[in-house]
Design a protein around this ligand. Structure first.
Ligand code: XMP
Length: 517
């Protein structure tokens, strides 16, 4: 299968490039950008992208590519740091800008090149850089510039090497998809062979080969990822060997546990265990308000309960642990394939000691770990998972534990559950749910004065969050019709007496994250 290899130098956008290339129907993999390019690694590679980096080429520990990348005869596209690196490695120079360029920036195409086929002579690019190309390297020409005269795109006169200073992978970059498509499908001539049907075949064959005849245990969280992973395991290994463990943390949404059990039964699961561990989680969380501490406690309790329950299942040591981990989970936990990814939040589903132990023993399977969220949905559809589950918004592993801000109590969880259920069912009733990438309510540790009838009320504050996104890496605020917001607010304050005030979160990611903790 044709593929584009993306060399990772630690930028958060690396994942987005991979995502965009896959949307073009071409398989991508991400590899550490400073690792040697062994011939085995290049099988099927028809194009290489050198991605961005938080580093400057002049940093002592700046990641340096295997210099053979420039001489393979395979087309290379440097993006941001990748373009600066390419310039620097060929004898050009890079300078630090007095002001970091961030956001939309006009670009003028100054010379014809297949990279800009079908792209207007001037367009608004998306920039995010502190360094820029100062002196072109010998052999290179600028084919586009920004309005302040900085090279925005470069090409080598005789080698298939190109670089862009802007980020065509970011949706805000005009014609970005066209530029990537020109590179991948035009310049690299990749065939479109990345389809979900093909992924299913490959994933099933890999699963069979990997687990042999051992039992497999999958922890079910209730979300799309673990449900789709369960469907894949069941479809591949049959119901006898697949053991599903659903830990009800008491931090789930309204009626969630009942729906989870119904879904698993519909998928033909035979060995499903539901462990009601709400008391364990809530007592461990008592008095704790620090977000990372809460995540750690929830993660640890998962392990404790999991071990207890697994012992009860009597699977022995030989079983494989399956996880519904996604590509984004890996990168955001600082465990990305490149070594420079930053830790933003510790996602317990990646870093638990049990997972590490199983990983070290080679007994972990993560059949979704190359997929992005919307690809998981597509996979779920191919596997016949119920549409209501497939199109369900993502839900974080620590559940309401990170949506009840500050200390978590049962009462607060109940209040949040009630408010969230009203919010979500109102979105469904209005036909808005499927157009929103993720919506949920958050219970703030803030009480305020209100009045109900003639009585003074001192109630909690609920924040409503709704975002538009494609993969959770970046997110825009969902622009609600004000009428809907007002009605939903009134429904919540009328029906949930503990809530006195409703606010709407108007922060995008970055700089905010989607969840509040
Ligand atoms: P943030 O809040 O980091 O979230 O912008 C990005 C996406 O990840 C989800 N999320 C999690 N998922 N375990 C998960 O499985 C976690 O600990 C976790 N924290 C956040 C979040 O809901 C959003 O979809």
């Amino acid at each position: 299968m044709d593929q584009v290899l993306i060399l990772d130098y630690g930028s958060q956008y690396t994942q987005l490039i991979a995502r965009r290339v896959r949307e073009l129907g071409v398989y991508t993999e991400i590899a550490p950008g400073d690792a040697p390019l062994a011939p085995e690694r290049l099988v099927g590679v028809k194009g290489i992208v050198m991605a961005g980096s938080p580093s400057s080429v002049y940093d002592d520990d700046a990641p340096v590519p295997d210099q053979s990348v420039y001489a393979l005869g395979i087309p290379v596209l440097g993006i941001c740091y990748g373009a600066q690196r390419m310039t620097f490695d060929h004898g050009g120079s890079v300078a630090t800008l007095a002001d970091r360029e961030y956001g939309r920036r006009p670009v003028v195409v100054s010379a014809p090149d297949p990279l800009f086929d079908g792209v207007p002579a001037s367009f608004l690019s998306w920039m995010s850089h502190g360094d820029s190309i100062e002196r072109m390297a010998p052999g290179f020409t600028a084919i586009a510039t920004t309005d302040n005269g900085i090279p925005a795109a470069i090409v080598h006169r005789s080698l298939p090497l190109r670089g862009v200073q802007f980020h065509p992978e970011v949706t805000h970059c005009e014609h970005g998809t066209r530029i990537l498509s020109n590179f991948v499908l035009g310049i690299c001539a990749c065939r479109k062979s990345w389809t979900m049907e093909r992924y299913v075949d490959d994933a099933r064959a890999a699963l069979r080969a990997r687990v042999g005849s051992s039992p497999v245990l999958l922890l079910i969280s209730g979300g799309v990822d673990s449900t789709v992973a369960a469907a894949l395991l069941l479809a591949t290994l049959g119901p006898e060997r697949v053991h599903l463990l659903y830990i009800d943390t008491g931090l789930m949404r309204q009626d969630e546990s009942v729906e989870v059990m119904r879904t698993l039964n519909a998928l033909g699961a035979k060995h499903v265990r539901r462990a009601d561990a709400g008391d364990d989680f809530l007592s461990a969380l008592a008095g704790v308000s620090d977000p990372e501490e809460k995540r750690r406690i929830i993660g640890d309790m998962f392990i404790t309960v999991q071990q207890r329950e697994v012992e009860r299942l009597g699977l022995g040591d030989d079983y494989f642990l399956a996880q519904g981990t996604l590509y984004t989970d890996l990168i955001e936990s600082g465990k990305g394939v490149g070594k420079k990814a930053h830790v933003i939040k510790s996602h317990h589903n990646v870093r638990s000691p049990l997972v590490e132990e199983k990983r070290a023993a080679g007994r972990i399977v993560e059949p979704l770990d190359r997929l992005y969220k919307d690809e998981v949905r597509a996979l779920g559809r191919v596997l016949g998972v119920d549409e209501a589950v497939v199109s369900r918004h993502p839900f974080p592993g620590p559940g309401l534990g990170v949506r009840v801000l500050g200390e978590v109590t049962r009462e607060k969880c109940d209040t949040l559950r009630a408010a969230d259920a009203i919010y979500i069912s109102a979105l469904r009733a209005r036909g808005l749910y499927d157009g929103i990438w993720q919506a949920f309510a958050v219970l703030l540790p803030v009480r305020s004065v209100g009045v109900a009838g003639d009585v003074r009320r001192y109630g909690w504050t609920v924040a409503l969050r709704a975002v538009a996104s494609t993969d959770g890496m970046t997110a825009d605020v969902y622009e609600f019709p004000m009428k809907d917001l007002l009605e939903i607010s009134a429904m919540i304050t009328n029906r949930v007496p503990a809530v006195g005030r409703v606010v709407y979160d108007v922060s995008s990611k970055p700089p905010a994250t989607i969840e509040w903790e």
